[in-house]
Ligand binder design. Structure first.
Ligand code: ADP
Ligand code: GLC
Length: 481
């Protein structure tokens, strides 16, 4: 059998456009799958930055009207990827993030904008392009959710479909009055269609109609079938449990490798781990922290939202500082959390430092310079920063949820005795448990041989895409057969 051709459909793809881990995943998958003999092309919207990055774009399809204006599908290379781009200036030629205006408000026509992306995916899937017809359409999150639904309702021969949930907290809601504008038939507005608590959910469209559903860790795949984590989709996900599975994310080992990372003050690897000390000093200097080599330096690299549990960290800062610790935080998001961390930094100069913003380079400096990375998420489908931390010898201190539970081995007495631990986990996710875990982390840090073992175990753990790519390849092969 020839290798299946897969069309990946996503609203963000690293290095072309990124707001979070979704882009890291969609950007890394094609390369990882190539090693498995899978040909993956990526369909994404033509935001200004994406159009500007296209090398030798070629129009391969055109629309007189795609959701309110003329549009084309461009085939090109960009950012090392083989992309198909929906060029529709009336939908995508806008300032701000892929989803929101510069003032932070979501574009009111987002359902229509991403429906157009999915319409293009369904057209490509059913043969609109000369010489390219995918065997599988793989949609990501709510922005891709309508692709499986369109292919379902069209009838006739169609590619197999996969829907990957990166975050169930974003249902992609639209008003029921948009049904026709979204190109959905009247009968689709029903419990066994796209209806979701009186509205339309683009994510539900994908969950309902995709041949397979995946999410980004086995634990999250189990959690989302329960009311505590299911965000209202748990009934549907329980009904579809037979086609639902979890495949862990990896990280791009060429971008995240402390031995070759040109962004670092000092490159290092496990045998030269002493070189981390210079990165710690460099980070302390850069962030205005006291240059104390022996102070346990905790780091955070995160969107600042309720999901990430960083309000708990604000509650625990007195403990962290009382233990002689320092905090280096990089993040942006909720105004309240931004203000909270700014205030904390002003209260404890030299010991708490925060950079409010988005900075890929600083993220590398933090991973190489901190002693421990904090990820106290209330829920976490997979999480990528803890994987980078493992690779960089920063010990992850994480909530025991979702992908964090699956990727960190907790330093409990049994795992310590077996020499297997890679970090610390805590549950339930509340300030008391985080407090206790900070105490435990600092105690382990003050025991250098044990700490070194945690670092070594983490640095040698396989966090690459090799294993996950094999799982996706197997899934595609099953579906194509
Ligand atoms: P999520 O997708 O929920 O935000 P992940 O851990 O899966 O969480 O992915 C987050 C990605 O975004 C990682 O690559 C992380 O390094 C990066 N990131 C998050 N916040 C920032 C920031 N403020 N500056 C730079 N990179 C960030
Ligand atoms: C989402 C999740 C995160 C996951 C990422 C990539 O943004 O919040 O846990 O790692 O998608 O799959």
């Amino acid at each position: 059998m020839t290798a299946p051709r897969v069309l990946s459909v996503a609203s963000e793809v690293f290095p072309l456009v990124k707001t979070g881990g979704l882009a890291d995943v969609t950007g890394a998958l094609p390369g990882a799958l190539a090693a498995e003999g899978i040909e993956m092309r990526t369909l994404l919207p033509g935001y200004p930055g994406v159009i500007a990055a296209l090398k030798k774009p070629k129009a391969v399809h055109s629309y007189a009207d795609l959701s309110g204006g003329p549009a084309r599908i461009l085939a090109a290379q960009a950012g090392g990827l083989d992309v198909l781009v929906v060029e529709a200036p009336h939908l995508y030629d806008r300032p701000g993030t892929p989803y929101a205006r510069p003032d932070g408000q979501d574009w009111p026509d987002n359902p229509i904008r991403f429906a157009a992306l999915c319409r293009a995916a369904a057209d490509i899937g059913t043969g609109a392009l000369a010489g390219y017809r995918p065997d599988i359409v793989h949609a990501h999150d709510w922005q891709g959710g309508l692709a499986p639904a369109y292919l379902h309702y069209r009838g006739g021969p169609r590619p197999a479909t996969v829907m990957t949930v990166h975050n169930l907290a974003f249902p992609g809601k639209a008003a029921p009055s948009l049904l026709e504008n979204l190109g959905l038939p009247p009968q689709s507005f029903a419990i066994d269609g796209v209806e979701f608590y009186g509205a339309i959910s683009l994510l539900k469209a994908g969950l309902q109609f995709a041949d397979r559903i995946t999410t980004v860790s086995p634990t999250y795949a189990a959690e989302i079938r329960t009311p505590a984590y299911g965000m209202g989709f748990e009934g549907l996900l329980r009904a579809r449990a037979g086609v639902l599975s979890g495949i862990l994310n990896g990280i791009d080992a060429t971008i995240w490798n402390p031995a070759t990372d040109n962004l670092l003050a000092h490159r290092y690897d496990l045998p030269s781990i002493a070189g981390r000390a210079a990165n710690k000093t460099a980070l302390q200097t850069r962030m205005g922290l006291i240059e104390a080599p022996d102070a346990p330096l905790f780091g955070v690299i995160s969107r600042l939202t309720g999901q990430k549990g960083l309000d708990l960290l604000l509650d625990c800062l007195p403990t962290l500082l009382g233990l002689g610790g320092q905090l280096a935080l990089l993040g942006a998001g909720d105004a309240m959390l931004e203000a909270g961390f700014r205030h904390a930094a002003a209260q404890a100069p030299g010991r708490v430092a925060c950079v409010i913003g988005y900075d890929e380079t600083l993220a590398h400096h933090i991973q190489a310079g901190i002693d421990a990375l904090l990820v106290p998420s209330r829920f976490e489908p997979c999480g990528l920063t803890q994987l980078c931390a493992l690779r960089y010898g920063a010990v992850p201190v994480v909530a025991r949820v979702g992908g964090l539970a699956d990727t960190v081995i907790d330093a409990n007495p049994a795992a310590l005795a077996a020499g297997a631990a890679t970090g610390l986990q805590f549950a339930p996710v509340n300030a008391d448990m985080l407090d206790a875990t900070l105490h435990h982390a600092v105690a382990l840090y003050r025991d250098p041989p044990t700490w070194r073992t945690l670092q070594a175990n983490g640095m040698t753990a396989d966090v690459s895409w090799t294993g996950p790519a094999r799982h996706y390849a197997a899934l595609y092969r099953t579906l194509a057969a």
